[in-house]
Design a protein around this ligand. Sequence first.
Ligand code: BJW
Length: 222
Amino acid sequence: MRITVLTGAGISAESGLRTFRAEDGLWEEHRLEDVATPEAYARDPALVHRFYNARRAAAAAAQPNAAHRALADLARKHDVTLVTQNVDDLHERGGAPYVIHMHGRLNRALCAACGHRWPSPAVMDVTTACPDCGSRSARPDVVWFGEMPYDLDDITEELERADLFAAIGTSGNVYPAAGFVRMARQFRAHCVELNLDRSAVSSDFQEHLTGPATEIVPGWVA
Ligand code: BJW
């Protein structure tokens, strides 16, 4: 059986990382237009760097939880493609052998001038230079609104082949990820949603498991 799993911020919530759209979420404190668009970075790169420096520090201090570890077990035993929208590395630190980071990674830097990618320093600012071309155009290697998510061809291929599609801890508000369930259904996968609450695309799933990820994911995997 081929399984494709999509995860979102909810899977890292119990590791202490804030989600985006909760009442105490990141978008309550920051306007997404100010920190998560290419226009915001062009307008005020120092503010964008401060936002991601704090997120990078929080992610480095966080530990993988039982849900990350359960998915890693599943991936070691079965034919699983793990796709995450998360920019933290908790799946990898929880033991997952391979992870597609469709919205990029906090621990990578991207040169806005030449496209070179390299491991990010813990703190970046407007003076951080690209080791390849020397330009002071280093940005976090994350996918902002209006930018193309990574590895979409590979993800589509996996959705075509999947017998089972699971979405864990994602609100279904951001496309194209929110549309994966419809694609998987079209390709005849059984689709299950694991979430604390209903998402914007809940009605597209055939099965729902409701509760905190650290409880329902290990139970689902077992
Ligand atoms: C728990 C829990 C617990 C909590 N246990 N659960 C239609 C089609 C295509 C595109 C668009 C479209 N309409 C609009 C667009 C454009 C836009 C978009 O989607 N806008 C919407 C606002 C409508 N999309 C884009 O711009 C994307 N690019 C693009 O579309 O390119 C062109 C294209 C077209 C067609 C096909 C292909 C491409 C890029 C989107 C980039 C998003 N970037 C961000 C920031 C990344 C860097 C960073 O981390 O800062 O990604 S925004 C933010 O949202 C982040 C997340 O990955 C993403 C999703 O959030 P997520 O993970 O769902 O978190 P929350 O907070 O929303 O939800 C948490 C969930 O967890 C909730 O459901 C809780 O209940 C649950 N939960 N605790 C279990 N303990």
